[in-house]
Design a protein around this ligand. Structure first.
Ligand code: NAP
Length: 522
């Protein structure tokens, strides 16, 4: 039995990243990749109420760096199986909601330990199934561990509710109780961290869930489900139902017994879920709660007195880390006219040094994009970019073996151009020239989104102004705009970036609960 008393949330230090410059770490990672390689092509069942269910129809998960390589064949839930999972989750809720908070937290602590022990193996799956280079995969796994540790600690902190006043002759209490059955819908781009974090938060708060991972990355989710079982999670609390978003996604979002939906993904799907969940269905006796964390069009802003080398590297690494497939990716660089040419030149020079290739290789900086649809969408934006700007780096793509697109920079793009407004979700960054600081802030806020942003500046007054005016959920100074750490940089955006739930933040777990006031007269 783990004791939770010494697990103070304030003392949690995030999981360290692996230093792959060290030979022993490199060797360990290669060994883990061999373990993963030996497991490729396996079949994975659905898990409903602890029962493994195999369906004739499968989701075939492939390696985006090598289309011929099958990562796994995953059974696919239809509406009948989704309904079965819903019924199991509903009945399991009656017991799980009564489990004490510390026992629930202990399961997450154990799960974190299991993943920590097999860290490189999980990262190996991320390399293979999501095409993540080693460093990106390692960060994804570390973040999953952090979410488990953080939410477990947060649940222990919340177990007795929050203090309220009591008058003489009465005892008043304010406690958090779980909501019910939650539908967890996760994206492909943090297939371990976001999937595990959103699932674990719902579970530790006392809810039962149906987990629908992205179709591109169901194997890593199946591995997480195995971990939760090993950690002692009772059957029926986490029901694993991969399937088509259109078929079972809509069905579960509409379901009258769904109490809440926790979604992370695109604006298009997020808005659809928000709208559908708002409709009260026959037999439904609550208003569904929706957490929807959606896309971004994030900006790195460079002031005229900034450190220009730091500015260029902040732009380049924010734009091209994991091939630009982060909601926080810096896909727009807004640079003061006095330093524009110099920053652009430095960014182009740095971009040309980036290595692109199979993420199996430790020296690969950038791997493929996730699938053919993404490849087609991004290459279309590159054609649009050729009309809207000046191509100064990259622009080439090749999908013969995997979905590879060069890191691409367009210069001299107008602030209202599509490249400056629409989420591309690929390795493409647009440079835009600004007249002065007012103009920089105006451009920074001129999209529908408001997720992340960064300002490179050495003018304290500009930094203070940006704190007030730059309207994004996560704002960074003198660094890039990606790389939020659980507990340090609670994450979530404004406007069309979503409901600003702030994953890894102090209020997150409460979104999965409802507060009950009791007043006892004595
Ligand atoms: P996506 O296409 O919206 O898919 C996300 C999830 O929604 C997948 O599991 C998908 O299933 C499912 N889905 C699709 N249609 C559905 C429907 N009608 N009902 C219910 N679920 C449905 O997003 P993605 O391409 O995986 O991820 C990239 C997007 O996520 C980007 O826009 C990125 O900015 C955003 N993102 C945001 C955050 C954040 O914290 N704000 C974090 C990460 C990613 P299928 O795979 O079966 O289609």
């Amino acid at each position: 039995m783990i004791t939770t008393t010494n697990k103070d949330i304030k003392e949690y230090k995030h999981e360290p990243f692996t230093d792959f410059a060290l030979k022993e770490n490199k060797n360990e990672f290669y060994k883990a990749l061999e373990i993963v390689q030996a497991e490729l092509g396996k079949d994975y069942p659905l898990i409903i109420g602890g029962e493994s269910i195999t369906t004739p129809e499968k989701i075939v998960s492939i390696n985006p760096a090598d289309k011929e390589e099958v990562i796994g064949r995953v059974s696919k839930a239809d509406q009948g199986l989704a309904e079965k999972a819903m019924q199991v989750a509903l009945s399991t809720f009656n017991t799980w909601k009564k489990e004490n908070s510390e026992a629930r937290a202990n399961i997450l602590f154990r799960a974190a330990d299991i993943i920590r022990r097999r860290k490189h193996e999980f990262s190996g799956y991320l390399v293979k199934e999501a095409g993540k280079p080693w460093k990106e995969a390692d960060a994804d796994t570390a973040e999953a561990i952090d979410f488990l540790e953080f939410y477990a600690r947060q649940m222990v902190q919340l177990k007795d509710g929050a203090p309220v006043q009591s008058r003489e002759g009465e005892v008043n209490k304010f406690n958090y109780i779980p909501l019910g059955v939650g539908v967890i819908i996760s994206p492909f781009n943090f297939p371990l961290a976001i999937m595990a974090g959103t699932a674990a938060a719902a579970i530790v708060a006392g809810n039962t869930i149906l987990l629908k991972p992205a179709n591109n990355t169901p194997v890593i989710a199946a591995k997480f489900v195995e971990v939760m079982k090993e950690a002692g999670l009772p059957e029926g609390v986490l029901n694993y139902v991969p399937g088509s978003g259109a078929e079972i996604g809509d069905y579960l979002v509409d379901h009258p017994k769904t109490r809440f939906v926790s979604f992370t993904g695109s604006r298009e799907v997020g808005c659809r879920i928000y709208e559908r969940a708002a409709k009260v269905q026959s037999g439904q006796i609550w208003l569904k709660r929706v957490i929807a964390e959606m896309g971004g069009k994030d900006t790195v802003v460079v002031d005229k007195d900034a450190d220009l080398d730091l500015a260029a590297s902040s732009i380049v690494y924010s734009a091209f880390g994991f091939s630009g497939q982060k909601c926080s990716a810096g896909s727009r660089a807004v640079v003061h006219q006095d330093v524009y040419e110099e920053v652009l030149e430095k960014a182009v020079t740095l971009t040309k040094t980036l290595t692109m290739g199979n993420p199996m290789d430790v020296d690969t900086y950038m791997g493929p994009v996730i699938d053919q649809a993404s490849y087609n969408k991004i290459t279309k934006y590159i054609e649009i970019g050729k009309e809207e700007g000046r191509l100064v780096a990259g622009g080439e793509a090749d999908d013969s073996k995997g979905y590879f697109i060069q890191p691409t920079i367009f210069a001299d793009v107008d602030e209202k151009a599509r490249l400056m407004q629409e989420e591309i979700f690929g390795p493409v960054v647009a440079f835009c020239k600004a007249r002065d600081f007012d103009h920089m802030m105006e451009i920074a806020n001129n999209t529908d989104y408001g997720l992340t942003g960064a300002l490179l500046s050495n003018t304290p007054a500009h930094i203070e102004r940006a704190k007030e005016e730059f309207h994004v959920g996560n704002l960074y100074f003198n660094r890039g705009c990606t790389g939020a750490i659980v507990g340090y940089h609670p994450f979530g955006g404004f406007n069309m970036s979503g409901t600003d739930s702030k994953a890894g933040g102090p209020d997150y777990l409460i979104l999965h609960m409802q507060a009950k006031t009791t007043s006892e007269t004595i």
